[in-house]
Design a protein around this ligand. Sequence first.
Ligand code: XMP
Ligand code: MG
Length: 175
Amino acid sequence: MPPLNVILTAGEISAGVQRLARQISDDYRHKNPVLLGVLKGCFVFMADLARNLDIFVEVEFVTLSSYGRCRTETSGEVGCVLGIRIDVRDRHVLVVEDIVDTGHTLKFILDYLQDRTPASLKVCALFDKPARHHVEVPIDYLGFTIPDVFVVGYGLDYDEKYRHLPSLYAYEGDP
Ligand code: XMP
Ligand code: MG
């Protein structure tokens, strides 16, 4: 097991998720938004975020392919969007991302959705690594800015491991 150093504890993450849920509840009341989670990394965040909302929302997911199983860098080439099963036209869409790194994934999905003329399109990301951005992306609701380290836990993986850990850790093994 490579060394894992805590970046954010489960309690700290929980406080951040509650803060985001309050803001989103205030801003989207009576709008019946679609929370569109980007799999797989968002699955823990989405579950905690949704349970802290006090408004009606619909929950949907998309899968994008940009990472090989053992890669810790995106290529910049983002694969096709898979599994959008709803018509987002005239809907209030909130994209829910675990982490923004280079920004390529988010830019791709925002361009894809914008072409389908939603009523509004915003982004909620739990973690952001601004030092790594290659492209400019708007983050309307941000949980935490984190340093430029590869992180695991709270839904995030290395080689499909560590997603189950309740805190966020810097992964300092040999990728
Ligand atoms: P980009 O570079 O397109 O990447 O913004 C966003 C996606 O890449 C994954 N990612 C990570 N996954 N630890 C992870 O487990 C990380 O430190 C990390 N950085 C990026 C993640 O799927 C994210 O949605
Ligand atoms: Mg992701």
